[in-house]
Design a binder for this molecule. Sequence first.
Ligand SMILES: [Zn+2]
Length: 633
Amino acid sequence: MKPKLKDPVFKPLPLGSIHPRGWLLNQLRIQADGISGHLDEFWPDIQHSRWFGGDREGWERAPYWLDGLLPLAYVLDDPVLKGKVKKYLDTILTHQAEDGWLGPRSMVQAGGRPEEQNYDLWGQMLAAKVLVQYHEASHDPRALPALDRLLQKIDRHIDTAPLFNWGQFRWFETLIAIYYLYERTQAEWLLDLAVKLHAQGFDWTSFFERWPLKGPTPKGRWNYMGHVVNNAMAPKMPALWYRLSGKPHDRAAIHQIIDQLDRYHGMATGIFTGDECIAGTSPVQGTELCAVVEYMYSLEIAISILGEAAFGDRLEKIAFNALPGTFSPDMWAHQYDQQANQVECSVLPGRTWNTNGDASNTFGVEPNYGCCTANLSQGWPKFASHLWMATQDGGLAVVAYAPSQVVWQAGGKDVLVTLETDYPFSEELHFTVDAAQPTAFPLWLRIPAWANGAVLQVADEAALQPRAGEFARIDRTWEGKTEIELRLPMQPELQQRACNAAAITRGPLVYSLKIGEDWRRIQADQPYRELPHADWEVYATMPWNYALKVSEDSLATDVTFQQGSVGDLPFSPKGAPVTARMQGKRLPGWKMVKGSAELTPQSPVESSEPFEMLTLIPYGCTNLRITEFPVLK
Ligand SMILES: [Zn+2]
């Protein structure tokens, strides 16, 4: 009999089986020592959340935070953070209502009404995702029955209170929990629930077929369909639905979503704009942090289900650029909105944002609105927990690269597989497969589409030249220690942007002008703004209005790259492990308006200013930056 649910091409490993190393371990430690690991100690919406018996917000914020804290605690194997997870999950599990409802029944947030029928189910959907991770990582025997009861309650609830608002636009996130439980119980009603949610929920697949949102959202016109975070979650919808429908149409639909978001709203970092609804291709429109972490998670789900290498390329691009680019280097402060061309982070009336507030690109505890404060934690930990996945042929695949280690079981034997690398700051990846006894399994390595001329060497055998944009499969019996060297050559590339501007990329990294920064503390007298969790404006201490002397044909000589070592704060202007140098001239007519760079002058441009040597660093290392440059004639 044909299985009712299609198996994913790659199956994520149980949470806790991938161990970060090198710079990734350091970065996760920075996050744990920053706002993520301490949010419950000072931020009222978590500290006094109604989910934990307090009187503050009782809908998405506590489950958002747990959805990121949980994988952070387990990938780090940190006893303090695991203790926090256990404490809060204990409270949630021991207070589950008889009918399966989790947490508070009324929403205490602006516009929320106290009646249960008016509760937006998104809060319960999020809690279901948290329970899945908790079950996988902790094996707590209460988790699966609690999830079963919760999903039964959702099934009954939507009989008379059909999906609306956030729950309607994000319904497919529930499929993650439904499939998880179905794979363990084979209970048919779960797939029926999936069908009901699909029928009641917003159909992103058909929406994107004749997509009406090709331009920037008109000023002030906030809406769910164009909401940047909803659109970042949407690409996973057809992929998740494909597991049940099996239709090629659903399998293909994700490409249409991603292609159109890129074409009409895309940025060089692989993300798209939305402040707070999708905002076009201008590099001074903002992108909300929630959209960055949700897009990453969508791509992690997509590569798991569909197995296409391109999703790994995109995941890395967002993880190594847009994600760190919107945090302070110590990860205590974050922005609500980041800009590709970001020359000032300030509270200024009349900033360019569509519907967001004037403080949206400042760094702080909860600039503009607290959703990102609650949701930001999932970015790095879920990236770390999705680097390696199991393949259908009994093998192990690396879908995204960062230093890490995995204890892999093949044929009942433990094999230790380690990746040592400074990637993405280096093109050299060094794997070790350590098998105490002879063990046969294939190892799949993703070769990014940009990595032309990649070289793969297994032990002292002849070097292979795997094709870019596919997975290289090494099928053999591993015995003792086997060393594998993979070189992914990174060539500089010019990406053409709006107004004929250019962005410089090399491998998975985007390069931006390094601008001197003056951090000024604001709101110091406000509640819970004492250091280290404070709010900041950032001002430029040097000019930023440069045009580059670069061309497609001479790029290899126009730009020189200098490799340094990866330091303690890799994603900071000071710690930038790679720098790019090239010539440029100032464009005195390119000015700042209301805290943002004016629209990029149409290229090619001319300037009578002298040539200067410019320094560009990875986008993720910057807090102020120019990423889309005019190009000199
Ligand atoms: Zn947000």
